[in-house]
Design a protein around this ligand. Sequence first.
Ligand SMILES: Cc1cc2nc3c(=O)[nH]c(=O)nc-3n(C[C@H](O)[C@H](O)[C@H](O)COP(=O)(O)OP(=O)(O)OC[C@H]3O[C@@H](n4cnc5c(N)ncnc54)[C@H](O)[C@@H]3O)c2cc1C
Length: 292
Amino acid sequence: MRGDPEAHELIAPRTLTGVLSLLASEPGQWTPIAGGTELMVAFAAGRLTARKLVNLWGVPDLRFIRTEPDRIVIGAGSTFRDLRKDPTVSAEFPLIAKAASWIGSIANQSRATLGGNLVNGSPAADSSPALLAYDAQAELVSVRGSRIVPYTQFHTGYKRTVLAMDELLYAVHLPRRFAQHRHYLRKVGTRRAMAISKTGLAGCALIEQGVVREIRIGAASIAAFPTRLYLAENAVCDRSVTPETIRDARSAALTEIVPIDDIRSTAEYRRIVTLNLLREFLCTLSSASGER
Ligand SMILES: Cc1cc2nc3c(=O)[nH]c(=O)nc-3n(C[C@H](O)[C@H](O)[C@H](O)COP(=O)(O)OP(=O)(O)OC[C@H]3O[C@@H](n4cnc5c(N)ncnc54)[C@H](O)[C@@H]3O)c2cc1C
């Protein structure tokens, strides 16, 4: 049954300071709402348990993309449309621009925020594998100040994060050092558009003189939250990409992934497809490293 608007209270402070003061005044009582593309679906289905909502939409301090000499900083309130349009994101972080173009529809991309995608914490979130591949950091803020955590440590369990009850996700930081890297992203869903992914994989690797010097692989739906394939990365690092390397990486990945099993797909399908995506990514590197 649809939610009842009278059962909910919504405050829109319009400034970051106002939002943080409200969160600090009653920790855990106020739930941020940004684009609302997750929360309003829950409301429409009568599943929205949060009674007190604080509106982040229209808070200018959260919606920015700032290019600095060594990094870009993306405000949590940036929409996926903002990300698609930003020239630095497109040129230097193509996996993020590509993931943004896959999220829902154009209408959805104009409301859905990066912060909402990450804090919602779905194992299938489309922006997460790319952020893992690019070694992202999350900046959290409260009235007590701000702190930075590696994005690899942001999720602590299924739909759980390190955010304290009075904290917001403020921004995502990405180092600007991937110009020479190879980039790979695939989303596997029921359709090419308007489908939550069954699984997805993002990779970023640096090849020097035929050898993989640096590699990060982020994947969706292979654990309770988006995560890196550390063992597969280790199996490839400091080696050239031969069929043997690929075999070793796939064997390593098999031991570290525990795919989710839900209405969209089975764990077994996700396991097989993730390993296939890993092979596809590594094959793109083998041509870069001169191997066939
Ligand atoms: C039709 C449709 C299609 C979709 N397709 C996709 C898809 O293809 N891929 C995909 O990944 N997702 C998809 N989604 C899910 C959704 O659009 C995304 O997860 C979106 O990024 C959520 O952002 P939002 O701003 O709308 O979040 P909201 O609904 O506003 O909030 C989501 C959660 O994040 C919290 N939150 C938001 N911002 C902050 C912040 N700065 N700090 C702390 N907490 C915060 C809220 O409290 C809430 O718990 C789809 C949704 C719909 C309705």
